[in-house]
Structure formats: structure tokens, C-alpha cells
Design a binder for this molecule. Structure first.
Ligand code: PMP
Length: 307
């Protein structure tokens, strides 16, 4: 895995500057209290040039996240679309992970965000390969339920990708990594399956694709893509509660997310899922997903923005 952008150009508050000059003050509000929102978007190298997958879906969620937190992004939607495209181009990348971040600066401290607090906007891009590893992307991950739970919807957001709430995701991820697993799954406060630390959860039972409802997990753009691709391909899709023990007897399971793309799960809590190999429906959905992001026979041709 290459390190997040340490050279090249970062867009900060209206201009592209050298990554090493893109700095913030140590009294930055978001650094202390997590009061920011962000996105993760991927650009793919296709036969027709670089295509940013669901750029509009991600940018819409960025603005929705800011609205939920009561922040005003000091740039228009069209400007934020343009700078994400420009960031990929100016860094001469054909494939990239794009990270927009909206944060409160150091113009006031104290929990309450004052009207005079300046909101800053940043876009960084870098090359990011398989988030959980190449072998894992191909052959599947070993997942484990963390003892950390996904926050109650009154304690965190489900429609906002806010910085502060990632503290639980990082703890869950580190907990299971220390125990030798690839990725953490989290239950919600009612005890039902919520999501992974960095992705949404899907499983297959008796040919039906099942995912938890988006009332207590992030409403993932990739989750939506998988659901729509699966439905278009004729699969039955259910959004319903899943218990921890039901995951153990799934025929297939996988994660969806911008970073993990579609990563099969071969084991949950030391139980093999199916025969321990990526199952046929997972493989089919992966194929449809990659056809989509690489703009080869895409089911939904307008999802990608060619730049
Ligand atoms: N859940 C969490 C906690 C995540 O961090 C992500 C990645 N943004 C997802 C789900 C998947 O969301 P998306 O498909 O929009 O990347």
C-alpha cells in the first residue's frame, strides 16, 4: 500500500499547493473534536481514459454530511466536482483514491462551533491499491466481530460520513488486527449486524442477497451500487436485520465499499463461510462491479464521470 499523499499537489481552500505545504494549525477545531466530514472516491483507468466512479453520489453525500453537521461548505457543488477532477489530472494519476475533507479551523476553540469559525475544504489524491491486501481481495478475508459496537443512531450519524465517529471504527479495526484478522465486523446497539469498520456487509443465503437496512450503518455508495446491479441481474435482494449467528451459516459473504470494492469474506469468527472460497454470486457481482467501474458493458453507463 502506498502512503497517503505526501508529495504532489493538494487542493486546499481554492488553490493547488505542494502537499508538503498543505498544513493546519495545531488548534484546528476538527483535530480536537472531530467536527468534520469527508469522502472517499475512486478513479479507474478505463479504455476511454480515467473514470471517476459515482463522483456525483459521493459529492452529494459530502454536502449531505455537511448539512447534517450544520457546516456550510464554502464552495459550490459544481466547484467541488471540478476540483476533484482537477486533483486527479494535476497529479497525473490515471487511477486514484480521492479524499475530500471539510473541516473547522482554529478560528475558535471550545466545543460549540461559533458563527465566525472558518470552514476549510481540502482534496487529496493518491494511488491506493487493494485496501485489505491483494490476496484478500481475490481470495477473501478473515473477519471477526469486534467488541466495539456501531454507535446508536442517536450517538452517531448514518447518513453523514463524519470524522469524529470513526474513532470506534479505528478501535474495532485495531482490535481484530491485533488478534490476527483482516477486518472488523460490528454489531449495532441492539445486537444485530451493522457493518464493517470500513465497509458495508452483504451475505447470501439460498440464493438471496441480504444486507442490513441502512438505519444503523453508513449508507454506502458501493452498497447502493451492489443492490442495484444485483437487482438488474435478477437477484432477489433483502434489506433486513441479520443476527451474528446467521452470518456463520451464510453460503457466501462479502464487504462493499470504495476502498475495499467487493472483498469476499472467507471466514467469520473462525467459521468458514460456505466452502471457505468466494462463492458464485459474490464472483458474479464482482464481475458486474468491475465491468461497471472500468466502463466495460456497464449496466448503468451514467454512473462514471470520464475526465
Ligand atoms: N461503512 C463505513 C464505516 C465506511 O467507512 C465506508 C467507506 N466509506 C462504507 C461503509 C462504504 O461506503 P462507500 O461504499 O460509500 O464507500
Amino acid at each position: 500500500m502506498t502512503l497517503p499523499q505526501t508529495d504532489g499537489l493538494i487542493w486546499l481552500n481554492g488553490e493547488f499547493i505542494k502537499a508538503e505545504d498543505a498544513k493546519v494549525h495545531v488548534m484546528t477545531h476538527t483535530l480536537h473534536y472531530g467536527s468534520g466530514v469527508f469522502e472517499g472516491v475512486r478513479a479507474y483507468k478505463t479504455n476511454n481514459g480515467t473514470a471517476i466512479f459515482r463522483l456525483h453520489g459521493h459529492t452529494k453525500r459530502l454536502f449531505d454530511s455537511a448539512k447534517i453537521l450544520g457546516m456550510t461548505i464554502p464552495y459550490s457543488y459544481d466547484e467541488m466536482i471540478k476540483v476533484q477532477i482537477d486533483a486527479v489530472k494535476k497529479n497525473n494519476l490515471q487511477e486514484a483514491y480521492i479524499r475530500p475533507l471539510i473541516f473547522n479551523d482554529h478560528s475558535s476553540l471550545g466545543l460549540r462551533i461559533k458563527p465566525e469559525t472558518n470552514v476549510h475544504a481540502m482534496v487529496a489524491v493518491w494511488k491506493w491499491g487493494a485496501y485489505l491486501g491483494d490476496d484478500q481481495l481475490k481470495n477473501g478475508i478473515r473477519a471477526k466481530f469486534s467488541s466495539f459496537v456501531r454507535q446508536h443512531p442517536n450517538a452517531a450519524f448514518t447518513k453523514a460520513k463524519s470524522c469524529g465517529q470513526y474513532i470506534i471504527c479505528t478501535q474495532a479495526s485495531q482490535e481484530v488486527a491485533r488478534a490476527g484478522y483482516d477486518e472488523a465486523l460490528m454489531l449495532d446497539t441492539e445486537g444485530y449486524v451493522s457493518e464493517a469498520s470500513s465497509a458495508n456487509f452483504f451475505m447470501v443465503r439460498n440464493g438471496v442477497l441480504i444486507t442490513p437496512p441502512a438505519d444503523n450503518c453508513l449508507e454506502g455508495v458501493t452498497r447502493d451500487s451492489v443492490i442495484r446491479l444485483a437487482m438488474a441481474a435478477g437477484y432477489e435482494v433483502q434489506q433486513r436485520r441479520i443476527t451474528r449467528d446467521e452470518t456463520y451459516i451464510a453460503d457466501e459473504a462479502f464487504l462493499s465499499g470504495t476502498a475495499v470494492e467487493i472483498t469476499p469474506i472467507r471466514e467469520i469468527d473462525d467459521r468458514a463461510i460456505g466452502n471457505g472460497k468466494p462463492g458464485p454470486i459474490t464472483c458474479k457481482l464482482k464481475e458486474l462491479f468491475y465491468d461497471q467501474v472500468y466502463c466495460r458493458n456497464a449496466t448503468f453507463p451514467d454512473w462514471s464521470v470520464l475526465i
